[in-house]
Design a binder for this molecule. Structure first.
Ligand code: 4AD
Ligand code: MG
Length: 478
């Protein structure tokens, strides 16, 4: 018999139909005569209820079926007596693929803390919460490709190993095959990277943008979607050392076009999730609700589904950095000294400031533009005031910065001047400079942090819980 996925059975299964399903046991309960097994195969958050009458099986056979065990079950669909689902499976034959000793299997049928599940990250996929999160993550990846394909953008794969520092922030992991304890040295006493694998010093990329710009200035509109790496020692709930980023780059787009695209893109993704992941989103909404119950009223966040619709239905506020600083300075929060970090024109905004603007002041997602040049990367277009650049950060409730982008400096001389000022090596980046030497065009782009998007979509509060195998300082176990 051909195996059926549980999602399909629960959607379209007919009473009287004989079927075969395979999956893992979530829970088992029952009485002397009959056992009820909740079976899940990952195709949906919902479990199929398997009814096994003791008399149909060999003595003690059902005793080996515990949470975590894997089964194949054949039987007949009958009308469900419960209210949750329309059908359940009356088992006639069960094969146990693998048992799970209840004294040793870590994922017991009870509420585990997220911390505990992080320590058991190899098994956390088997919980409702994590299966829902990773199904939503998949749906978002698929929707991203869908969106750009529909818009005529090309998916461009940029290198993971590079010789340049795209953000100019020096937060890179070195890639080398030189021996760690006795590397070749130059006469000046420095490590001689000319003898290294690539004939020079290389690192893992922090962004695919610079290569993306090369593609965009010929193909028109491109996007990257790949892992990026940052050796930044920030142990927060919003930072990973290895994260995925989506970076569209568009020729002939100015900052406004860039903002319009970012807003349309994010709204498309939210709508896609609401249309395609509703079971998982409803489950995650309930989960969050449970979790929030234990927090003081003032710290509770908005209901997940409400929050998604709130972003979908409102036009994002667009506001300059300078205006934002004024708002923050004059806020009650600031006057009462409640921000941990100071607010002054010129400082980088902290997530407490970003969230104040979004959650308290505007009550809407915010796109902040025109940041001071000194807190942004070298490639951003200088504004006519010579103090600010055409940057844009999209700020979301709960997350803070979800997108960072800008219009790019398209003028060769201005770009070179800025790079020289802040010590970015233009000479070794001659290939990048060539886009400004030959047929330079106004162009723009942005980067969406994939995990920050998934955090927002699922309501998970810690970025480590939305990537299958998180990499953070002092942690690369699984
Ligand atoms: O603002 P960032 O650093 O911008 C860039 O890398 C540009 N090259 C993008 C571009 O214009 N093409 O990063 C972009 C986004 C942030 O808004 C955030 O969502 C996410 O990437 N991000 C991180 N996510 C997880 N962990 C980290 N350490 C992150 N750093 C940035
Ligand atoms: Mg940024």
């Amino acid at each position: 018999m051909e195996r059926k996925k549980i999602k399909e059975v629960l959607k379209a299964g007919q009473v009287g139909e004989k079927i075969l399903v395979k999956g893992w046991v979530r829970t088992k309960r029952g009485s002397k005569n009959v056992q009820f097994i909740a079976l899940n195969d990952g195709s949906t958050i919902l479990n199929l209820q398997v009814v096994a009458e003791i008399e149909n099986f060999k003595e003690d056979f059902l005793k080996d079926i515990n949470s975590g065990a894997s089964l194949a079950v054949t039987g007949e669909l009958v009308k469900s007596k419960g209210t949750e689902q329309s059908v359940e499976l009356n088992a006639t034959e069960i094969t146990i693929y693998g048992k799970a000793d209840p004294d040793k299997y870590p994922i017991q049928p009870k509420r585990h803390t997220l911390e505990f599940l992080r320590e058991n990250a190899h098994l956390r996929f088997r919980t409702g919460t994590f299966s829902a999160v990773f199904r939503v993550r998949h749906a978002m990846a698929f929707a991203i490709h869908n969106y750009f394909n529909f818009k005529g953008f090309y998916y461009l794969n940029t290198p993971l190993i590079t010789a340049s520092d795209a953000e100019g922030a020096g937060q890179m992991f070195r890639v080398t095959t030189l021996p760690a304890n006795n590397p070749p040295m130059t006469e000046e006493g420095k490590v001689d990277f000319s003898q290294d694998f690539f004939g020079g010093s290389t690192n893992l990329t922090v962004s695919g943008q610079l290569e993306g710009e090369l593609g965009a200035t010929a193909l028109g509109e491109i996007y990257t979607f790949g892992p990026t790496f940052r050796a930044e020692n920030s142990n927060t709930t919003r930072h990973l050392s290895e994260f995925w980023m989506i970076e569209p780059e568009m020729a002939f787009y100015n900052l406004k076009d860039n903002m319009d695209l970012a807003e349309d893109f994010l709204k498309y993704l939210i709508k896609y999730a609401l249309d395609n992941c509703i079971d998982d989103l409803e489950f995650l909404t309930k989960r969050l609700h449970q979790e929030e119950k234990n927090k003081p009223q003032a710290e509770r966040s908005m209901d997940l589904m409400e929050k998604l619709k709130f972003v979908l239905n409102d036009k994002f506020v667009r506001c300059t950095y300078t205006e934002a600083i004024d708002i923050l300075k004059n806020s009650k929060q600031n006057k009462k000294g409640k921000f941990h970090y100071p607010v002054e024109w010129g400082v980088d905004l902290q997530s407490e400031h970003e969230r104040y603007l979004v959650e308290k002041h505007f009550g809407k997602p915010v796109i902040l533009i025109d940041y001071p040049k000194d807190i942004k990367a070298f490639y951003m277009k200088m504004n006519s005031d010579n103090k600010t650049v055409a940057a844009m950060d999209v700020l979301f409730p709960q997350i803070g910065e979800i997108i960072g982008g800008s219009e790019r400096e398209a003028d060769y001389d201005k770009l070179l001047k800025r790079m020289t000022e802040i010590g970015v090596p233009a000479k070794s980046m001659w290939w990048y400079m060539d886009t400004r030497r030959f047929g330079s065009v106004p162009h723009s782009g942005f980067g969406l942090g994939f995990e920050r998007l998934v955090m927002f979509m699922t309501g998970m509060g810690n970025i480590r819980d939305v990537i299958p195998f998180p990499r953070t300082p002092k942690n690369a176990e699984f």
